[in-house]
Design a binder for this molecule. Structure first.
Ligand code: SD4
Length: 317
């Protein structure tokens, strides 16, 4: 039988405070601005977003500025310093979506430190939504982005150690946070979101996960809410995770109920016991929801001047 786990209140790196996050703790909220993002690296990302949000800036600018912080961090995760694929290539996926339903994405992009900004350029400067691989790189270079080596010594060493066994386990360990998904509500009540990743470490060359796919890793509907995902991207793609959550919210579910329903849907997949999935959602009213398949998912929330980590309940205990 599946039981909800008890929360661990634990301090997370860089977090000012940590609080347990439950469906019961959700008060009807009209808090704005507000920004939430996945995992501990969300604290620093939120701080950059907040600088824009607190002076009345747009959610779109806030989410881009926020996740750029994580992309630039040398932490074996997300963008620069991210773990490579099994052939030693750091390949990046990202997408962004605004309050008008406009969106842009890049996938399988190499050598550009800020794929989220390339995704935004796809949205704003092309008639397209998604560009991949060499074409995306060429577009980025044409737009003035600089090409650089993103494989750091540390990441290369980790990859070479992995190569000794080259045991490919396409399993997202809950401690292996390669992605930041961020959604924000600005002072004008508009929603936007961004999602960026180096993807699953040691993935097959050419593999793309959920993070750059609009409707899977991210979705924004300015009438209703926004959602983002982290974890094993294949599982999220199979249920169109972020879109599913936003549609459930449109049907009257709270962000929390919607995240729980989406995770329950994923729990029916055959490898659900072996993978991690975390969903994070915000409503147009500024209510937050989050839920994961297994324990260990957390997110950072910046609202009313406080930036704090929140632990999330999970389907399995
Ligand atoms: C992917 N969803 O590429 C991403 C990985 C992730 O924390 O979220 N890692 O499948």
């Amino acid at each position: 039988m599946i039981r909800r786990r008890n929360f661990l209140k634990r301090l997370s790196a860089g977090a000012a405070a940590v609080s347990a996050f439950t469906s019961r703790s959700l008060a009807k909220s009209t808090t704005k601005p507000i920004v939430v993002s996945t995992w501990e690296h969300g604290i620093d990302a939120n701080a950059a977003s907040w600088k824009i949000l607190e002076r009345g800036g747009k959610a779109l600018d806030a989410v881009e500025a926020g996740v750029r912080i994580t992309e630039a961090e040398d932490n074996l995760s997300v963008g620069y310093g991210g773990l490579p694929d099994r052939d030693g290539h750091v390949t990046l996926d990202a997408c962004i979506m605004d309050e008008n339903g406009e969106c842009g994405a890049v996938a399988f992009l190499e050598g550009i430190k800020h794929p989220i900004s390339v995704a935004r350029a796809v949205m704003e400067k092309t008639p397209h939504v998604m560009m991949v691989g060499d074409g995306a790189l060429q577009f980025a270079l044409d737009q003035g982005f600089k090409q650089e080596n993103l494989l750091t010594e540390r990441a290369e060493k980790a990859w070479k150690e992995w190569m000794e066994e080259a045991e490919y386990k396409p399993i997202i360990n809950v401690e292996n946070h390669d992605t930041i998904g961020m959604v924000a509500l600005d002072a004008d009540g508009n929603l936007s979101g961004a999602c960026t990743t180096s993807g699953l470490a040691y993935k097959m060359h050419g593999r793309v996960g959920d993070s750059p796919i609009i409707g899977a890793g991210l979705y924004v509907d300015n009438e209703v809410g926004a959602a983002t995902a982290t974890g094993m991207g294949e599982a999220v793609i199979k249920v169109c995770g972020a879109h599913l959550i936003v549609e459930l919210m449109r049907q009257g579910n709270s962000p929390q109920q919607a995240c729980e329903k989406a995770v329950r849907r994923i729990s029916k997949q055959k490898n659900a016991k072996d993978i991690q999935i975390g969903f994070l959602a915000i409503s147009k009213q500024g209510e937050i929801g989050a839920y994961s398949l297994h324990p260990g998912f957390n997110f950072a929330q910046y609202a009313e001047g406080t930036n704090q980590m929140k632990d999330v309940e999970s389907f399995y205990s």
